[in-house]
Design a protein. Structure first.
Length: 204
């Protein structure tokens, strides 16, 4: 008997997005429940497609953004540290550590969870390699190997390929989920992703 094909969800995300943090566990649960495979693609916002960083939005919208984050954090059982973050450096380099884990064929979820939690719940500077290494080592991961890989050509190539794929697919914000050519932007759209997965499961 032929095995049923596994649904593949393209998962475009970045560690600097609080929404990606809030949506990770529900997404993992959803993919496991439907037997879907995640294809993780760390990226930055795709500004040419319409992605807008919070810092570039009008203050009224930023104020609403913070309120909405707190509502969703409470719903997801998370506590976000949203004040006192002005001294933190760009968290983008932390994405390369996740790409390094993928390049090495290792678990990408563990470093993602560790670094997201440190950044969004503890307000730690995951853009600093020393901070990252301390967090990863404390969790029993090979921080030295991951950081070395993160500086290498394989990771640079994967980052570029992810961005190109995101642009061509029409991705603009983070997180975005791609299933059978259909985009679902934001962790608040996981409900619609689930409906799509349900249809795929019934058709298999």
């Amino acid at each position: 008997m032929k095995a049923k094909p596994m649904a593949v969800i393209g998962y475009f995300f970045g560690l600097g997005s609080p929404w990606a943090y809030l949506g990770l566990d529900p997404l993992l649960e959803l993919s496991a429940r439907y037997g879907a495979r995640l294809d993780p693609r760390p990226i930055s916002l795709i500004e040419e497609n319409g992605g807008i960083y919070s810092r570039n939005r009008p203050e009224v919208r930023r104020a609403y953004w913070f309120k909405d984050l707190r509502r969703w954090a409470e719903l997801r059982g998370k506590t976000l540290k949203l004040e006192g973050r002005t001294g933190l450096s760009d968290p983008s380099p932390a994405n390369f550590v996740v790409l390094a884990a993928l390049a090495r064929g290792e678990d990408w979820i563990a470093p993602t969870r560790i670094l997201q939690k440190a950044f969004w719940e503890e307000g730690l500077d995951i853009g600093d390699a020393r901070v990252r290494s301390g967090l990863l080592s404390a969790a029993g991961l090979d921080a030295e190997a991951l950081e070395a890989e993160a500086r290498g050509e394989r990771v640079r190539k994967a980052w570029s390929e992810n961005l190109d794929l995101a642009r061509s697919a029409g991705v603009f914000g983070i997180p975005t989920h791609l299933l059978e050519g259909e985009l679902y932007w934001g962790q608040d759209n996981l409900f619609f992703l689930e409906r799509h997965l349900s249809r795929v499961a019934k058709a298999a």
